[in-house]
Design a protein around this ligand. Structure first.
Ligand code: C5P
Length: 218
């Protein structure tokens, strides 16, 4: 019997990271932020001056990603990149390399390895469709583009990262279009996913809903 998995997929800045993290904490489960792995690969490619369209070169970086997660911090090649990796430009670069099938393949084993007892909450774009198709509970979390841009804006400003609403809406729309249109593992709800629109919900309400679904799925 594989450890329990709850998958939370959805578009950029839908709040899935916050919700997934809180659900994991509440249940005492592991947490996988799969987007961080795409972001780290993109950042490493930029550092090493690897062309973001060079599929085999980027996949080689992804296959042996020199990253560590400790106490809420992310280290890449020994450097603390916790904030650097959240930059909007890195999100856009991540979505560019995420269209490459060899890169997705290279990150698969690493993602699967997070499935440890007592359970895992995994957030991303293809957690329920590709990486954990046998998940115990699948959620597709969405919110309107305006609500998402506003949340991302608040998040960035709180972290002291400069942001501009107009650029954010443009980035989000561009990233969603690329994530949804790609041939490999596009962003779409799994047929057996629960859809949760959080445009008018607080993070707490969304967490409560997920926990309720989880309790009912037991
Ligand atoms: O979730 P986050 O915004 O950090 O992800 C950055 C990018 O990584 C996304 O826009 C998407 O292109 C890619 N990604 C993906 N599959 C995942 C997680 C992220 O393609 N499971």
């Amino acid at each position: 019997q594989n450890p329990i998995v709850i998958t939370i997929d959805g578009p950029t800045a839908s709040g899935k990271g916050t919700v997934a993290h809180r659900v994991a904490k509440h249940l005492g489960f592991q947490y996988l932020d799969s987007g961080a792995l795409y972001r780290l690969t993109a950042l490493l490619a930029i550092w090493r001056q690897v062309d973001l369209e060079d599929e085999s070169a980027v996949a080689a970086l992804a296959r042996s990603l020199p990253c560590r997660f400790q106490h809420g911090h992310v280290l890449l090649d020994g450097q603390d990149v916790t904030d650097a990796v959240r930059a909007e430009a890195i999100g856009v670069a991540a979505s560019r390399i995420a269209v490459l099938p060899a890169v997705r393949q290279a990150l698969t084993d690493l993602q699967v390895s997070f499935r440890q007892p007592p359970g895992l909450v995994a957030d991303g774009r293809d957690m329920g469709t590709v990486i954990f198709p046998d998940a115990n509970l699948k959620i597709f979390l969405t919110a309107s583009a305006e609500a998402r841009a506003q949340r991302r804006y608040k998040q960035l400003i709180e972290k002291g990262i400069p942001a501009n609403m107009e650029d954010l809406v443009k980035d989000l729309t561009e990233r969603d279009a690329r994530d949804s249109a790609r041939a490999t593992a596009p962003l779409k709800p799994a047929p057996d996913a629960q859809i949760l629109d959080t445009s008018e919900m607080t993070a707490d309400q969304a967490v409560q809903q997920v926990l309720e679904w989880y309790a009912n799925a037991q």
